[in-house]
Design a protein around this ligand. Sequence first.
Ligand SMILES: [Zn+2]
Length: 568
Amino acid sequence: MFDLVIRNGIVIDGTGAERRIADVAVQEGRIAAVGPKLGAGKREIDAAGLVVAPGFVDIHTHYDGQATWDPFVTPSSWHGVTTTVFGNCGVGFAPVRPGASGYLINLMEGVEDIPGTVLSEGVKFNWESFPDYLDALASMDRAVDVAAQLPHGALRFYVMGDRGADHAEVPTEREIEEMAKLTEEALRAGAMGFTTSRTTKHKARDGRFTPSLSAREAELLGIAQGMKRAGRGVLQVNSDFGPGEFEALDAAAKLAGRPLSCLLVQVDAQPKLWRETLDQIHGVRQAGRMANAQVGSRPIGVIMGLETTAHPFAAHPAWLEMRQLSPVERYQRLAADADLRRRLVETPSGGGPRAFMAESFHKMFPIGERPDYEPDAKNSIAAIAERSGRTPQAVALDEMMARDGKGLLMLPFENYAYGSLDVVHEMITDPATVLGVADGGAHVGVICDASSPTSLLTLWGRDRTRGPKLGLEFLIAKQTRGTAEAYGLMDRGLLAPGHKADINVIDFDALTLKRPEVVYDLPAGGRRLIQRASGYRHTFNAGVETMQNDELTGERPGRLVRGAQTAA
Ligand SMILES: [Zn+2]
């Protein structure tokens, strides 16, 4: 008798193959059989009319800190995700010298917008080396599997001390050799890869650019030697791809003999640059080496409300006067004081971020009950203002005051230069891409894209009206086998015998992404944006049910994954 049989579901197995009606049987945490009329199970689920798919594998998250205190790894676990990979973009928390955690917190706070107070209270730092960090992660049972990568920022700071954060400094030969040695050690202990950042978007809280930004070729090649000796791991990069950048990163991946994985988004300032980078990746693949681009399923959207980090009035003197008030007090004060509201919307804006916001009302949109990730320009704050004879500022403030001060706006700032998702369609359908970019656990006061796997299915598989949709078989493969393969996780992402029984049972017709909300549930009462979904009927990790009807069951079958895996 099987442990579990999911019967008569619409099986979409992760290969991209056409759906079929079948049973899925589970035995001892693995898939035992997929086919018609399988034998009895100790537990049976009637999945007639429901999609049965592999658990989602999200390779681009930043749960490095959260995974040490939160066994449930939300919001990702609410969206069918059964494996998360973190340590991306060169930031993370190991290796770390005793007493030196402050700098890594400062870097993570600046680069990924996770509040320093949350991190210093939440993260225990009871490790020094990267293998120690993996052991600390392994000591916790959790709802989802987690996997970590060695971040360049932490590595550089560990080896070079404060010089590691100074862009005028170059590591000595001996220091480069030390970085290579630690890279090899981390990969052998189970790191999934080595990650680096070469983007000026990434600054530590103290204002300095992220340490790896200016790392020169000798350093990258030195680290690549460590990867080569280990013979494992992915080289993941977040780069602005200025002149020569791709070549330098490719040279390192080539020397290491390891796959290169590049974050790829469309930026407004250079809306065609992503295509050049993708062409370069194609070139690498044609030369017989492994490379991919990590792409998103929707725009990267800054979410704005009275309780989030950024909004059109965040730098206004009248707003700053209320800095000391609690969110509730601030809302009450605003609701009661028409003069104050008038001052906020009528005083001319200064420079800086406020000016940026003021120029962005034409691409700022109210977020409704069912968030629209491909909003039409005619629904922008500027368009609403135009139609109603008000100023955009007044409309924006009204929208944020709605629902007792919980109203939210979205400002798509990447992948949306042309005001539609045609560019994302091109990215997703390119064979050299995998899904990434969702940044679960990061930018918690600004964005909430950990829900991307859900919008991948709802938006592209069902709801899109402004262009072509995509088949569910293709979309599911992209978020399961595609992402798993990118990291050599060959034991998952597929509904086939011998694979891990990581399974989603989804009521696809009812699958709905809800509006984001601000909650204060991080350590030290820290704030974050979360987003829930409905329609996930069951999620299993290794055959154990972790989610039922959109709620966590409390079960914790998830483990630390150490390095690439093979199916049983
Ligand atoms: Zn990232």
